[in-house]
Design a protein around this ligand. Sequence first.
Ligand code: PXP
Length: 238
Amino acid sequence: MKSLSLNVDHVATLREARKDNMPDPVTAALMAEKFGVNGITVHLREDRRHIHDRDVEIISKLIKTDLNLEMAAVDEMLKIAYNIRPKMVTLVPEKREEITTEGGLDIIIKKDYLTDFIKNLHNSNILVSLFIDPDIDMVKQAHKVNADIVELHTGAYSNAISDKDQYKELLKIVDASRTATKLGMEVHAGHGINYHNIAPLAQIKDIEEFAIGHSIISHSIFVGLEKAVKDMLKLINI
Ligand code: PXP
């Protein structure tokens, strides 16, 4: 069985459009658990543009499934991770001007820094996932810095216009997944995954978890969160 971790940032984005208290990402997380998701993902960005510290604190206390805290590899976030103690942290590159996480982490230029950063998280019994492009060399680098998990960036696959390009991107994900499994790391995938493009990804046996947000939250506006979550769960474990 493959898992689904629902990213509730997009609920907070809607809340922040009015700087109000609704819709509430905490409520979304708790309801999504009831509807069968296996985990909740939140990205606490340095500019706090959607998820706030308080959301992370409350979600971490109330959910019964696994919390995946996405964050930049910076000291401020390390301290927050120490306090929150999520099951897993996913380290992502972060640029203030981007709309969403644009590319995977460049492990090579930050190798020593990331090795120490990951060691600190391990010392607090937090699993570490690195969000990387589906590239065999980058997977090997993730292994070298002692990542437990790689989350393969599916953005290029999801954004491909032609079937040929999409297939090329799919093969990169297949190869990167296989390499990660061989090296003993768990494989997750996420970014831009929707109800129309999930099927080929769901066939990749090495992928254990999908981190999906935008498509599910968007669909839920029209059909409700229960149907939006259950429709995706069906497609993931077809
Ligand atoms: N995984 C990571 C590391 C992300 O940054 C995002 C986007 O917030 C997702 C998964 C989910 O992407 P989407 O919202 O496009 O499903």
